[in-house]
Design a protein around this ligand. Structure first.
Ligand SMILES: [Zn+2]
Length: 158
């Protein structure tokens, strides 16, 4: 049976933080604030996979009150979600995701992000599509207050 899931996430910018998107560190004057590394793209993707499994969201699996997740790489969280999916009999068909950011330009890093995500999920890079858009300076991403991401995943269950 094929099942679909969606995920959406947003994090605000903060000074003195690294910017990590899709598991890739991107040189920029500020990073995203959060309990983990605040990788907004991986959080949206992890939520889309949990959605397809009807297993809640990453907040339920990795509570931000739990000190063991403080500063953790979200690739570790995504890998764990991939393991939950495999245990559940799920095989990833595809992920389609969009990063919503005015700045920085993320397109040069998309290929590397795709490979990182594929590796974490034990999947083929060609099944993972990452897009990036601005909101033409409108709204919180347009004002460069933060970055948002959306993802959809399709998973086949045996
Ligand atoms: Zn998040």
């Amino acid at each position: 049976m094929l099942r679909i899931g969606q995920g959406i996430d947003a994090h605000r910018f903060a000074e003195g933080r690294k910017l990590v998107l899709g598991g890739v560190e991107i040189p920029f004057e500020k990073g995203l604030d959060g309990h983990s590394d605040a990788d907004v793209l991986l959080h949206a993707i992890a939520d889309s996979l949990l959605g397809a499994m009807a297993k809640g969201d990453i907040g339920r699996h990795f509570p931000d009150t739990d000190q063991q997740y403080k500063g953790i790489s979200s690739l570790v969280l995504l890998k764990t979600v991939g393991e939950i999916m495999a245990k559940d009999g799920g095989t990833l068909q595809n992920i389609d995701a969009t990063i919503i950011a005015q700045r920085p330009k993320v397109m040069p890093y998309v290929q590397q992000m795709t490979e990182c995500i594929a590796q974490a999920l034990n999947a083929t890079p060609k099944h993972i599509n990452i897009k990036a858009t601005t909101t033409e300076k409108m709204g919180f991403t347009g004002r460069e207050e933060g970055i948002a991401a959306m993802a959809i995943a399709l998973v086949m269950f045996a």
